[in-house]
Design a protein around this ligand. Structure first.
Ligand code: PLP
Length: 390
């Protein structure tokens, strides 16, 4: 268990302590839009309610309800990544999709290329499997683009997969088509699999972002997403995997099916919302994207104007990863805990995402209202001036 760590929740222990002492904590650690007042679309709630009342309260098929799997296959196919329903699985969120796919593909002692900063579940599951994460850098000075040279140079005979989180948590970046094509080429050249985390795919500020699988539908690509972010239902724990048509992935389909049998099925009533979400009205997404864009602009402007802080403007999703120019000897965790104790503002330190502690990165979830965000950034500005003594 030594390598299994999830900083986003770990830090809540300290927040509870701060709250018990009477300070109001502002939770900017977990990316849950519902916690900030964004509403689950009513037609999705109605679908689940109907399923509950119609008696769909027993176990379902391990791979997922046919209707949900067909909707997922149609969704991928309509985005240019042609997948058949028998190569889809309904899962307990993207999180279980990640666990199933890594467990199906990676053995003890093998390696997976993971972006730095990473989404921490990847490194945690890789550690649980006794495998090894090798990081490839994403570069803040180039809008957090992946370092393709480092990525290519990190492939070894033990490499099984490349994780690509696009649009990205924690950086708010989305990659250029050229970068995506280059990643697909590296993977194909070495016979490895791309694990494409596309849970923020509908949340690009200028519209949905293409699935990496649409660039090369014959490449060995496994894509994940869920109802959690773009459909505003993270508590339903409902997501999916789409496994590309490459014959190299045939054994992965079999392995995921076997693993899925072991956990019986994912939540059945919520699966009725999958078809409703993917085939029905998505107008809430345009409103949500506009709200995110406004918050991203405030975040980049306000944080970027604080002396000692730099911030790359996000282009998708609801995260930013600013950098504090720390004095020697200080760490990102010192700064984040200091900020929490002094102001009640709870962020996550960058080292929880694989960054070097002395580099001073932190991740902010900017789902709060614009007014509250402005207040929060004022608190951060005051605290930072004191902390850096400027
Ligand atoms: C990149 C990424 N992948 C996966 C997840 C997990 O999402 P889900 O709720 O679908 O399990 C998250 C949640 O924040 C995420 O940011």
């Amino acid at each position: 268990m030594d390598g299994f760590s999830y900083a986003i929740r770990n830090i809540v222990v300290e927040a509870d302590r701060v709250e018990a002492q009477g300070t109001r904590v502002r939770y900017l650690n977990v990316g849950d839009p519902v916690a900030f007042g964004f509403q689950t679309p009513p037609h999705l709630i109605a679908a689940v309610e109907r399923a509950l009342r119609d008696g769909h309260n027993g176990y379902g098929p391990s791979a997922g309800l046919r209707v949900a799997r067909e909707a997922v296959a149609e969704e991928f196919t309509s985005r240019g990544f042609r997948i058949t329903a028998d190569r889809t699985f309904i899962t307990a969120g993207t999180s279980e999709a990640i666990d199933l796919a890594l467990s199906a593909i990676v053995d003890e002692g093998q390696e997976v290329l993971v972006p730095r900063p990473t989404y921490p579940l990847y490194t945690a599951v890789i550690a649980k499997l006794g495998a090894r994460a090798r990081f490839y850098r994403c570069d803040p000075s180039r809008g957090w683009a992946p370092d393709l040279d480092e990525l290519a140079a990190s492939v070894t005979p033990a490499t099984r997969a490349i994780v690509v989180v696009d649009p990205n948590n924690p950086t708010g970046a989305s990659y250029s088509t050229a970068a995506r094509r280059a990643i697909v080429e590296i993977a194909e050249q070495h016979g490895i699999v791309i694990l494409a985390d596309e849970v923020y795919g509908d949340l690009g500020y200028s519209g949905p972002v293409a699935s990496i699988g649409s660039l090369e539908p014959d490449a060995a690509i496994v894509s994940f997403s869920s109802l959690s972010k773009a459909y505003l239902a993270p508590g339903w724990r409902t997501g999916w995997i789409g496994i590309g048509r490459s014959p190299r992935l045939d054994p992965v389909v079999g392995a995921v099916a076997k693993l899925a049998d072991g956990r019986l099925c994912s939540t059945v009533p919520m699966q009725f919302a999958v078809a409703e979400a993917l085939r029905g009205d998505r107008s809430h997404q345009a409103t949500f994207r506009a709200a995110l864009k406004e918050r991203a602009t405030i975040t980049a402007e306000r944080l970027g104007s604080i002396p000692g802080i730099t911030c790359v403007a996000p282009v998708a999703g609801f995260y930013a990863m600013p950098q504090v120019d720390l004095p020697p000897g200080r760490t990102d965790e010192d700064y984040v805990l200091g900020l929490l104790r002094a102001t009640g503002v709870l962020c996550v330190y960058g080292s929880g995402f694989g960054m070097r502690p002395e580099d001073g990165f932190l991740r902010i979830v900017f789902l709060a209202s614009p007014d509250e965000l402005r207040d929060i950034y004022d608190l951060i500005a005051d605290f930072t001036a004191q902390y850096l003594d400027i």
